[in-house]
Design a protein around this ligand. Structure first.
Ligand code: NAD
Ligand code: DAU
Length: 378
């Protein structure tokens, strides 16, 4: 299995999940180690037989083809992307390069190795990880996004993911490449970069910084614990029908301001229960017995901010038996506990030094590069 973007949030959780559930499998992670990718997120699997890490860019079709051929890859799970909406508003170019051209480069490499004579040589699968944001925004009473909802992406990020979905579809329709796509709602859990809502709020609260809620805080997202997403991807890989798309979600809609208040309450509880936390995080209001929610601050809205996402999961439930196992309460509790226990990880990924440290521990991945592949760029 080739996992692109496996050093990012969902990719790293997926690799750990997959090797736990399928210990005999071999997994190669290809990741460019952008600001969002960190070897530290793969510590649980580093050194395991069957795991290999390659630093590289999905836009490098030669490297990808060499990997697919050299490692006899039969499954590609494609996570690599620029994933943060706010960054896409500030600088869309990188989103088009990685999300659109990078996906096309992967599809072309897979096709060239797997289908040299126009037919797949064996059982192969290209699974594309996408998002519910391709469907646009819902009003309060609108039905949830189904697989038949027309695409209406609103941010440069969503537009680039929509384009990548269309390319995946086109490679199946035109060339017969065996593909599946899943479109998932908002994930949360361990190893999420602290620029996304939930980890940003936790880290800011611990440092006594403002908790910036965009607009009126009434925008609604459907939250799914990341391991539930990994389980859903597993089901699609094992049982999903080639050429199909599957919507994945948590059935767990919350306005942002409520999510932030739940996190504040979880931190209040954690500080009350653990006497070491006030000394470790003295700037957090809870260290002085004050409610964390005093940090909540309403700020200027995100341009083009989608009001509501909700996912109709009937198809994935009915065809593949996928339903979330984690409740929002237990998932948030686990997530808060994880960030409290992994201060070195989040401080490190935010300043880059921990990433350098991990690279030094595990060495350069050039040793793992297949013969003839170009040198890593990072
Ligand atoms: P992330 O930003 O945490 O990780 C992205 C990873 O891709 C990083 O490791 C980064 O180094 C790597 N990468 C970026 N550009 C690359 C390139 N050119 N070549 C190789 N690697 C590159 O993202 P995430 O939140 O883990 O999301 C993973 C995928 O899931 C994305 O495709 C995203 O669109 C999709 N998705 C995310 C969510 C969510 O809530 N986070 C929900 C639905 C779908
Ligand atoms: O729906 C799936 C998508 O979810 C994924 O495709 C994206 O990769 C992922 O980033 C996420 O997109 P969102 O824009 O919904 O996630 P984000 O965490 O950036 O924001 C969640 C909500 O919280 C959104 O309505 C904006 C709001 N927000 C976000 C931040 C970072 C705030 O109010 N304040 C903040 O500081």
């Amino acid at each position: 299995m080739l996992v692109t973007g496996g050093a990012g949030f969902i990719g790293a959780n997926f690799v750990e999940y997959w090797l736990g559930a399928h210990p005999g499998d071999r997994v190669v992670v290809l990741d460019a180690l952008t600001y969002a990718g960190n070897r530290a997120s793969l510590q649980a699997v580093e050194g395991r037989p069957g795991f290999e890490f390659v630093t590289g860019d999905i836009c490098d079709g030669g490297l990808v083809a060499t990997l697919i051929r050299g490692r006899a890859v039969s499954t590609i799970v494609h996570f690599a992307a620029e994933s943060h909406v706010d960054r896409s508003i500030v600088g869309p170019e990188e989103f088009l390069r990685t999300n659109v051209l990078g996906t096309q480069s992967l599809l072309q490499a897979a096709r060239s190795v797997w289908m040299p004579d126009g037919k797949a040589l064996g059982p192969v699968r290209f699974h594309h990880i996408s998002t519910d944001e391709v469907y646009g925004s819902l009003g309060p009473a609108d039905p949830a996004f189904s697989e038949r909802t027309p695409y209406a992406p609103n941010s440069p990020y969503a537009a680039s993911k929509a384009a990548s979905d269309h390319l995946v579809r086109a490679y199946h329709h035109t060339y017969g490449l065996p593909v599946t796509t899943s479109n998932c709602s908002n994930n949360y859990g361990p190893y999420q970069f602290p620029e996304k809502l939930i980890p940003l709020m936790i880290v800011n609260a611990l440092e006594g910084k403002a908790l910036p809620v965009y607009g009126d805080g009434g925008n609604v997202r459907d939250w799914l614990y990341v391991t539930d997403h990994c389980r859903a991807i597993e089901r699609v890989l094992l049982e999903g029908r080639v050429g199909e798309t599957y919507n994945v979600g948590g059935g767990n809609e919350w306005p942002n301001v409520d999510v932030v208040h739940r996190l504040c309450a979880a931190l209040d509880t954690a500080f009350a229960a653990d006497r070491s936390l006030p000394a470790r995080f003295p700037a957090c209001p809870a260290a002085k017995g004050r409610p964390v929610s005093e940090l909540v601050t309403f700020v200027k809205d995100r341009p083009g901010h989608d009001r509501r996402y909700a996912v109709d999961t009937t198809k994935v439930e009915r065809e593949l038996g996928v339903t979330p196992e984690e409740s929002f309460e237990s998932g948030l509790r686990k997530t808060v506990a994880w960030y409290l226990e992994h201060e070195a990880w989040w401080r490190g990924v935010m300043d880059g030094s921990y990433r350098d440290w991990v690279q030094a521990q595990y060495g350069d991945s050039s040793a793992a590069r297949p013969a003839g592949a170009p040198a890593p760029t990072d």
